[in-house]
Write a protein that binds this ligand. Structure first.
Ligand code: ATP
Ligand code: LTN
Length: 341
């Protein structure tokens, strides 16, 4: 935001933030602690744009009715988690055609080899071996278009998305070398805690909203009973003692969740639970998590009763986003030599 300048003052523009979550299922505490909750901390200091990336979601087969419902649910979670609609631009990706349009141009400035190295592509093509479609391969280019359209400075994501943001930077630098001053070069923004929450059933794997094992994930909207039950069943390690260490991946994951919710560091947590058993610690993490999420769930329920309100937020967000995005897209079209009127 440009502020009114008095003589001698330096022009200040808030830095721009862009991020998004796929509406590919019920959101997990990984999505919350790795991404959405951090967005709420940034909303005063930055100019923030948050998108429900439904075009990304169809790189994996989705049931249309579920996708429609999950798109509104994801938007409702953004608001329920504390994103103020008057401070942030919230919108749905498919409402702004410039995302797909810029992605096409960027495709022609992205190398096959670069995309082949993306670990998410390797993981997802192993998981969906019957549907290794071109969109799954091209996904990071659409993500680069999302970010570059808004000239974002920072992209708050979990650690699994760092590689994609780095590729986005490489594409932007390459494009700017050919056509100077086109894109702002973005940086990934990772939180100190919560950037990598692991599965409760297999602490070697990331907690993921599309995991088929319900006990592996804690959903933002799970009831207190469900949350407590899932933590109770969480896989722990051999031995005993609440200690953060590489050879205790299960307990360390639970400690990182507890730390992210309470703000306590690992030595503090170790001191708090010195002498406690795994069972007691799991219950404490479950209680803390459930209590922290209760207000989000309550606000979510209210929001989902008012579809008209959610639609109006999405509509207004799409209008603002389109205005910003079309400026960048026109510039890109001019630079690459597309005829314009
Ligand atoms: P899917 O299972 O559909 O691939 P996902 O749960 O991995 O989805 P995304 O929509 O890909 O979630 O990610 C949305 C945001 O949440 C991204 O910023 C991502 O880095 C972050 N995120 C996802 N899972 C975790 C996790 N386990 N820990 C920390 N951050 C996460
Ligand atoms: N690829 C991300 C979701 C995503 C995104 C973005 C994140 C799509 N576009 C732009 C940040 C900025 C994911 O799978 N989590």
């Amino acid at each position: 935001m440009d502020q009114t300048l008095k003589e001698g003052q330096i022009e200040e523009r808030k830095k721009r933030i862009f991020s998004g979550v796929q509406p590919s299922g019920n959101l997990t505490i990984g999505n919350y602690l790795g991404a959405i909750r951090n967005w709420t901390f940034l909303q005063d200091a930055y100019d923030c744009i948050y998108c429900v990336v439904n075009e990304h979601a169809i790189t994996v087969r989705q049931n249309p009715a579920d996708l429609r419902r999950q798109t509104y649910e994801t938007l409702a979670v953004y608001i329920a988690a504390g994103l103020d609609v008057s401070k942030n631009v919230l919108f749905i990706q498919s409402h702004v055609p410039a995302h797909a349009e810029l992605a096409w141009v960027l495709n022609c400035y992205t190398m096959f080899g670069e995309l082949s190295r993306m670990t998410q592509f390797k993981d997802k093509s192993a998981k969906h071996s019957d549907n290794i479609n071109a969109g799954l391969f091209d996904y990071p280019v659409l993500m680069a278009a999302d970010i570059l359209l808004y000239q974002a400075d920072l992209v708050p994501v979990g650690i699994d998305q760092k590689q994609h943001v780095e590729l986005c930077r490489d594409i932007a630098v390459r494009f700017n070398q050919i056509y100077p001053d086109t894109f702002t070069i973005p940086e990934p923004y990772l939180s100190k805690t919560g950037k990598k929450i692991m599965s409760l059933q297999d602490p070697a794997r990331k907690m993921s909203k599309s995991d088929e094992n319900e006990n592996a994930t804690v959903r933002i909207l799970d009831s207190k009973d469900t949350i407590l039950r899932k933590f109770k069943r969480a896989v722990t390690d051999s031995g005993s003692g609440i200690v953060y260490s590489e050879d205790k991946p299960g307990i360390s994951n639970l400690m990182s969740i507890y730390s992210a919710f309470t703000g306590k560091d690992y030595p503090e947590i170790e001191a708090e639970f010195a002498g406690s058993g795994y069972g007691d610690f799991k219950m404490a993490v479950g209680e803390t998590c459930a209590d922290a999420l209760a207000p989000v769930r309550q606000r979510f329920d209210e929001l989902m009763k008012d579809k008209g309100y959610l639609e109006s937020v999405a509509k207004q967000g799409a209008e603002t986003a389109s205005r910003i995005a079309s400026r960048t897209l026109s510039k890109v079209y001019r630079k690459v030599g597309f005829v314009t009127f």
